[in-house]
Structures are given as C-alpha cells and as structure tokens.
Design a protein around this ligand. Structure first.
Ligand SMILES: Nc1ncnc2c1ncn2[C@@H]1O[C@H](COP(=O)(O)OP(=O)(O)OP(=O)(O)O)[C@@H](O)[C@H]1O
Ligand SMILES: [Mg+2]
Length: 234
C-alpha cells in the first residue's frame, strides 16, 4: 500500500482526456520523481493527485483511504503540501507574509515551523521583509517550498522546483529536498533535470502522452538503455 497514490487516473480539462490510466505515487520517507517530455501530462497528473482535476476514472488514495472526492483544501488538512509549477509565490508580499499565508489552515502557533524553514533556507531569513517578487528564481522556489512546509505536511508535492535555476542552485535545492525527505516527509516531484532527479529518487515514473511509459527505481531507470536514449540524452 503506497502512502500516496494516484492510480489509473484518466481525465483532462475538458472534452479530451490528457491522462490515460496514469499512475504516480510515493511511499513514506521516500523521494519519487516524475519525468517526461514537455506536454506529457506531468503537471496534470500532479494536479489530479492534489484534487484540482476531475477524474473520469481512477482514484487517489492516501494511507489507504480513498480521497478522490476531496477538495485540495481538504487534502492539505490531511497532510498534503503542493508547490505548483507556476505562480507559486505572492510576489508583492514579503517572504515572511508568504510563509504566514502557507500556515493559513493552522490554528496553533506556526512560529517554530517558520524558524525551521529559516534554518533550512537561511537566505529567506535574511530577506524576510523583502517582497518575494524581488528575489532570484532559486530564492523564490525556496519561498514556495517553505510556504508548503508551513502546514507541516506528511507529503510534499513539487512541480519542477528547479525550473530556471543554475546547476549550482539546482544542486543546493536537491540537497535541501533530500534533507526534507530525511526528516520523514515523502516527496513526490516533477523534474525537468531528469538525470539529476532520478539520481536522488527512490522511485521514478517516465510519462509520455499522459500515460506511464516506464516505472522503476531511480537507479534502474538511469541504467535502462531505452530510457537513457529517449529521455535522458543518451
Ligand atoms: N489548463 C489547461 N487547460 C487545457 N489544457 C491544458 C491545461 N493545462 C495543460 N493542458 C494540456 O495538457 C497537456 C499536458 O500538459 P501538462 O502541463 O500536464 O504537461 P507537462 O508534462 O507538465 O509539461 P511541461 O514539461 O511543459 O511542464 C498539454 O497538451 C497541455 O496543452
Ligand atoms: Mg508541467
């Protein structure tokens, strides 16, 4: 039984289905990575798992419970954190206000969690009073990840957390993501930097045209000649 599983998901945004029996998921304490070409349906699959897409078939389960009909808000209450691919920070609000917004569902004191986020991403503490829109791309991604951590999720879903950042910043972000996973939070992440991401993945999913093409451990996918040739640049 997977910790979080979108199983055999079929659906889309209107008339035509984008996802075709698509399955992605993650185990407790693990990192699962979703890769595939542009337009493969990676973001759509993540939205489906988070409850932002009506599925025509298939289901989403968390800790064995069927949550297919729950709203995204209800899924956050259950322990899901989601960082979407685009528009994932409030640009005119300060770093600190962004983090406070992340804690909106909490009724208890979230200051300890904010301190933990500042420990994980020290630059955010330094820039806490600056509008998030003034930060670099890599720093903004840290704000987005930090905001999602403010609800103390059990599973963190990240859609291309390293998009548009330099290789050095990418390595740093991956290190922080590994650190988050080691703290016991499952990570389900879409990545454009497929090789590097599969390298830190317990499990990998290769999607194409809304369907699963390959599913295996990160290591096995990295060593699969077909996957290498078609999706990892040889
Ligand atoms: N809001 C939307 N309304 C209608 N069609 C959409 C919408 N979002 C995405 N699509 C379509 O769904 C398909 C899959 O898009 P999706 O964004 O899931 O791909 P992706 O794998 O995340 O691509 P990328 O690597 O570029 O982020 C594409 O054909 C896209 O045009
Ligand atoms: Mg996408």
């Amino acid at each position: 039984m997977s910790f979080l599983l979108g199983k055999d998901m079929t659906g889309g945004y209107g008339a035509a289905d984008i996802l075709h029996n698509c399955t992605i998921g993650v185990e407790r304490g693990e990192i699962a990575v979703v890769v595939g070409p542009n337009g493969a349906g990676k973001s759509t699959a993540m939205k489906a798992v988070f409850g932002m897409l009506d599925l025509r078939a298939g289901k989403v389960t968390m800790e064995g419970e069927d949550i297919t009909s729950l709203s995204p808000q209800a899924r956050v209450q259950k322990g899901m954190g989601f960082v979407p691919q685009n528009n994932n920070v409030f640009r005119s609000m300060s770093v600190e206000e962004n983090l406070e917004m992340g804690a909106f569902i909490r009724t208890d004191d979230a200051r300890d969690t904010m301190a933990q986020v500042f420990d994980l991403f020290p630059i955010l503490k330094e820039k806490r009073n600056q509008p998030a829109g003034e930060l670099s791309g890599g720093q903004r991604q840290q704000v987005a990840v930090g905001r999602a951590l403010m609800t103390q999720p059990k599973v963190l879903m990240l859609d291309e957390p390293t998009a548009g950042v330099s290789p050095i910043v990418m390595d740093e972000l991956f290190d922080r993501i590994i650190e988050i996973a080691r703290s016991g939070i499952a990570i389900l992440m879409v990545e454009q930097n497929a090789k590097q991401a599969l390298n830190i993945a317990d499990k990998g999913y290769v999607l194409a045209q809304g369907a699963n093409l390959y599913t295996n451990t990160g290591e096995a996918l990295l060593n699969d000649p077909d996957v290498r040739k078609a999706f990892l640049g040889g």
